[in-house]
Design a protein around this ligand. Sequence first.
Ligand SMILES: [Zn+2]
Ligand SMILES: [Zn+2]
Length: 332
Amino acid sequence: MPVERAVITHAHGDHAHAGSARYLCSREGERVLSTRLGPGATIESVDFGEPVSIGGVRVSLHPAGHILGSAQVRVEHRGEVWVVSGDYKTEPDPTCTPFEPVRCHTFVTESTFGLPIYRWTPQREIFADIAAWWRANRDAGRASILFAYALGKAQRVLAGLLGAECGPIFTHGAVERLNRDYRRGGVPLPATGYAGSEPRGRDWAGSLIVAPPSAAGSSWLRKFAPFSTAFASGWMRIRGARRRRSLDRGFPLSDHVDWPSLLGAIDATGAGRVLVTHGYREPVVRWLLEHGVEAHAVASRWEGEPEGEPAGEEEAHEGTSAGGELETPEIE
Ligand SMILES: [Zn+2]
Ligand SMILES: [Zn+2]
């Protein structure tokens, strides 16, 4: 829905839409937002914690730790403070400023993985697994095709492989464009080559190719054969998710909080009231009510695959639906 002034938590397609007159985002996120919205967008940016006044309300952005530039929005009016989380995670991530808990009266939290079954494996184990998978493929004379959302996850995976014996690394154009924004923002990434500028008939055995999930099953992949495929996503935690996509491997790596971190983050705000949106709302609301916190589920306009976006290129909140009542998945 186009508005006069859109305050942006981060540049993923389910949180930032083209068509508004003006945008406000964090300084750190300006470059990727501009890449996503296109050259016509009017974007203003502020440093984290720097207040601006919008219609008599004091608004400031605070790091959300989700992707480069991701922010929570703090809104203050006559001593009443609300914080809207956007997507967030508390796990360390060298590609963005770490999540910062912000004290507030009302906290509006996302709940993408808001079920007790979601508990992430320590990321260094995941990166070690990715490197081991690449090594096995190299030894077998295959290329390794790693699918990861083009904005955020791809760069986090690359940063996690910095210094590992893994590569040469090549990228799909959608990933390479954003790598450029991250590098210009000062984020250290390993060297990557754009797969599209390599000569025809090249031997790809032993290469790691990072591509958006939309490239899975496409004819673009053919030239890399023989290859093994894998997907880095929190959804790979769910039993059957890897097989449904016909992938050889799934690496459960998420840019969202898992269940314990979600509850910890809510607690750290000190909020007396919590509004839960964007994911598994009901289980989170129920848990909070049982523990004496006022909580409500709030429907969000954008859940599931964002319409009008190149399929799979966005960080899709798969597995969630606007209905809010969801089947409990089984864990792999
Ligand atoms: Zn997101
Ligand atoms: Zn989202």
